[in-house]
Design a binder for this molecule. Structure first.
Ligand code: ADP
Ligand code: DP6
Ligand code: CO
Length: 329
C-alpha cells in the first residue's frame, strides 16, 4: 500500500483564466493571476493498493458514481503513467468549500489530488512540476500549489505551462476577500464547458484576449507597488470582461443571477460612498469582494445591512499546498 495526503486551498483569480488553447493538455489561451485563500480548502487522501480492482472515489464521505469517479481515474491514469505502477487507488476527499458552485472547488480539489497522489507514489516533485501536474486536472488548480499571489504562465506546451509565485513583500496580508454566497448549489454549466463554448462561439472572445496582457501588467505593477486601488480596478475589470464574453456565445449564457447583480451594485454604491472595495466573479453566481484588511469590518457592516450574515464568509491570504502524510506517520 502506498498512501499520500494533502491539503490545498482554493484560489480566486484577479486576472481570469478563460479559455483553452489545448483542451487535452489544459494549456490556457492567456496568463492568469490569483490570490490563494485560507477560508476554503480540500483535504484528499489517496491509497494505492494491489487489493483494488478499480479506482474508488469518496467525496465528503459519499461514494461517487462512475461518472464522477471516471474524472478522478483519468487523472490517476496520468499520474500512474509517470511511474511503472498500475495499482488502483481509493481516493477520499473532503471539500471545505461548496462543490461546483463557482467557489473554485476544482482548484483546491485537483491540487489536493495531485499533491496526495504524487506523495503516495513518491514522485518528489518540485513546486513547478506539481503545478504542471495539477494543471492536468483543472487549470485553476495549478495556482493552488502556492500561497499568496500566483501567476499561471500559459507557456506553449505541457512542459512550459505552470504557475509561479509572485513576489509581493507580504502585500497579500493587507487584503481581505469577502465571499458573498448567494447560492451554493451546483452550477448548470461547468467552467470547462462554459469556457469552451465561449472560445468556440463568442464574437467577444478576441476582445477578451486582446486586453489580458495589459491587465496582467497592471495587476503585477499594483502588487509590486502595494497599490490597492489599482489592483481592485483591474481585477473588477478583468472579471466583467470575462463575463461579457458569455453573453455573445451561442447559445448565450451568463453565470450571473439577480442576486449577483444586486451585490455588484451594492459594492459600487459603497465605493461611491468613499470605502474602497471591488468585486470579482467566477463561473457561478457568487460574488467575491476585495477590500483592504483595515476596511474589512466597515465593509462587512455595510454589506450586512442588506444581506444575511450567514452569506458572508471572510477570507485572507492562504498558504501553499500542505503534504500531510508525513505528519500523520
Ligand atoms: P468550481 O467553480 O467549484 O471550481 P468547476 O466546474 O470548475 O467548479 O469544477 C467542479 C468539478 O471539480 C466537480 O464536478 C468535480 O469534477 C471536480 N472536483 C471538485 N472537488 C473535487 C475534489 N475534492 N476531488 C476531485 N474532484 C473535485
Ligand atoms: C472563471 O480551472 O475550473 O474560475 O481548467 O476546465 O478545470 P478547467 O476550469 P477551471 O476554470 C476556472 C475559470 C474561472 C477563472 C479562474 O479561476 O481563473
Ligand atoms: Co473550477
Amino acid at each position: 500500500m502506498y498512501s499520500g495526503k494533502a491539503r490545498a486551498y482554493t484560489n480566486i483569480a484577479l486576472i481570469k483564466y478563460w479559455g483553452k488553447e489545448n483542451q487535452e493538455l489544459i494549456i490556457p489561451m492567456n496568463n492568469s493571476l490569483s490570490l490563494t485563500l485560507d477560508a476554503f480548502y480540500t483535504e484528499t487522501e489517496v491509497t494505492f493498493s494491489k487489493e483494488l480492482k478499480e479506482d474508488q472515489f469518496y467525496l465528503d464521505n459519499q461514494w461517487q458514481d462512475s461518472k464522477a469517479t471516471l474524472k478522478v481515474s483519468r487523472f490517476l491514469d496520468f499520474v500512474r503513467s509517470k511511474t511503472d505502477s498500475s495499482l488502483r487507488a481509493v481516493v477520499k476527499s473532503k471539500n471545505f468549500v461548496p462543490t461546483a458552485a463557482g467557489l473554485a472547488s476544482s482548484a483546491s480539489g485537483l491540487a489536493a489530488l495531485a499533491g496526495a497522489a504524487s506523495d503516495a507514489l513518491n514522485l518528489n516533485l518540485t513546486p513547478e512540476e506539481l503545478s504542471r501536474l495539477a494543471r492536468r486536472g483543472s487549470g485553476s488548480a495549478c495556482r493552488s500549489i502556492y500561497g499568496g499571489f500566483a501567476e499561471w504562465q500559459k507557456g506553449y506546451s505541457d512542459e512550459t505551462s505552470y504557475a509561479v509565485q509572485i513576489p509581493s513583500s507580504d502585500f497579500e496580508n493587507d487584503l481581505s476577500m469577502i465571499f458573498v454566497v448567494v447560492n451554493d448549489a451546483q452550477k448548470d454549466i461547468s467552467s470547462r464547458d462554459g469556457m469552451q463554448r465561449t472560445v468556440e462561439t463568442s464574437a467577444f472572445y478576441d476582445g477578451w484576449l486582446q486586453t489580458v496582457p495589459q491587465d496582467l501588467a497592471k495587476a503585477k505593477k499594483a502588487i509590486k507597488e502595494k497599490d490597492f486601488i489599482a489592483l481592485g480596478e483591474v481585477s473588477e475589470s478583468s472579471a466583467l470582461k470575462m463575463h461579457g464574453t458569455t453573453l455573445a456565445a451561442t447559445p448565450p449564457f451568463t453565470y450571473w443571477s439577480a442576486e449577483s447583480m444586486k451585490v455588484m451594485n451594492l459594492v459600487r454604491q459603497i465605493r461611491n460612498g468613499g470605502l474602497p472595495c471591488y468585486f470579482t466573479m467566477d463561473a457561478g453566481p457568487n460574488v467575491k469582494l476585495l477590500v483592504e484588511r483595515k476596511n474589512e469590518a466597515a465593509l462587512l457592516s455595510a454589506m450586512s445591512a442588506h444581506l444575511d450574515a450567514k452569506q458572508l464568509v471572510v477570507a485572507h491570504a492562504g498558504p501553499a499546498i500542505e503534504i500531510l502524510s508525513k505528519e500523520d506517520a
